[in-house]
Write a protein that binds this ligand. Structure first.
Ligand SMILES: C[S@@+](CC[C@H](N)C(=O)[O-])C[C@H]1O[C@@H](n2cnc3c(N)ncnc32)[C@H](O)[C@@H]1O
Length: 247
């Protein structure tokens, strides 16, 4: 999905995803994790266009947002002029202040295509967390999701916002020619108005789903202890959320 995050298409992402994702609900969930673990500051990796940031900043917590895409960072800054946003790569970053909590939301872990990138990310997060700090992230559950897309599956998602009608037609299938549990996600984005339907962008991506067991081992080998695994309903994919603590 990387095409959708820059060069003007981040605005399409921003419009459509605020229909797909209930960010207030997301905030309530992640905020309860943060409160339970008494974190006073938080880094959100893959902050996108800053919707979750808006809620965190309003809550008064010391919030930092990071994203690979400078166009997404610009949108986040525009939405949240008082926020702190950094352009950076989750697999290799260094903050000036360590944090009590790191969040990775919206299945941004799907872009960790190699095991090396998973270890690098966990290592970077470990080094930027305070003692006993927590990491909370979601991922697409390969076991359940691959059962659905096993023979290829088309999915249509519509978003009506600001008097614009968008639709995304996705075709997803397992990519068995690749290492790990990768899948091909081909999607076409359309805008429909009185004069018909117009294609806006076609996005062809190879992204990753994980099993719970994979994450259990990645975390153990990277010195994190799992506190909680939550089976969480979310749009389009079967998703788990893991909360882990730095050891
Ligand atoms: C699916 S979007 C989720 C955005 C946001 N969390 C949300 O829920 O709307 C994934 C985001 O991760 C960012 N991203 C992808 N690879 C990244 C990386 N290696 N490091 C940091 N951010 C990355 C993308 O630019 C994009 O904004």
């Amino acid at each position: 999905m990387q095409n959708l995050y820059s060069k003007g298409f981040e605005k399409l992402y921003d419009e459509m995803y605020q229909v797909f994702i209930d960010y207030e609900n997301e905030f309530n969930f992640y905020n309860s994790v943060i409160k339970k673990n008494k974190a006073t500051n938080v880094l959100e990796i893959g902050c996108g266009s800053g919707h979750l940031a808006k809620h965190f900043i309003a809550s008064g917590i010391d919030y930092y947002g990071m994203d690979l895409s400078s166009d997404m960072i610009n949108l986040s800054r525009k939405r949240n002029p008082k926020g702190t946003f950094i352009q950076g790569n989750m697999t290799d970053f260094s903050l000036t202040t360590k944090v009590d909590a790191t969040l990775i939301t919206g299945r941004t872990t799907s872009y960790l295509n190699t095991n090396l990138s998973v270890y690098n990310m966990l290592n970077a997060i470990y080094n930027n967390l305070n003692k006993d700090g927590i990491l909370c992230f979601d991922f697409i559950d390969a076991n359940r999701f691959f059962a659905v897309i096993k023979d290829g599956k088309e999915m249509i998602h519509n978003a009506n916002i600001n008097e614009r009608n968008y639709s995304r037609i996705s075709f997803m299938e397992p990519d068995k020619k690749n290492e790990n549990f990768m899948f091909q996600w081909n999607s076409k984005y359309y805008e429909t108005n009185n004069s018909g339907s117009k294609i806006l962008i076609e996005d062809i991506s190879t992204v990753r789903a994980f099993t719970k067991n994979e994450w259990e081992l990645f975390l153990k080998l990277s010195n994190f202890k799992i506190i909680e695994i939550v089976d969480r309903k979310s749009y389009a994919f079967d998703t788990y959320v893991i909360v882990a603590q730095k050891q």
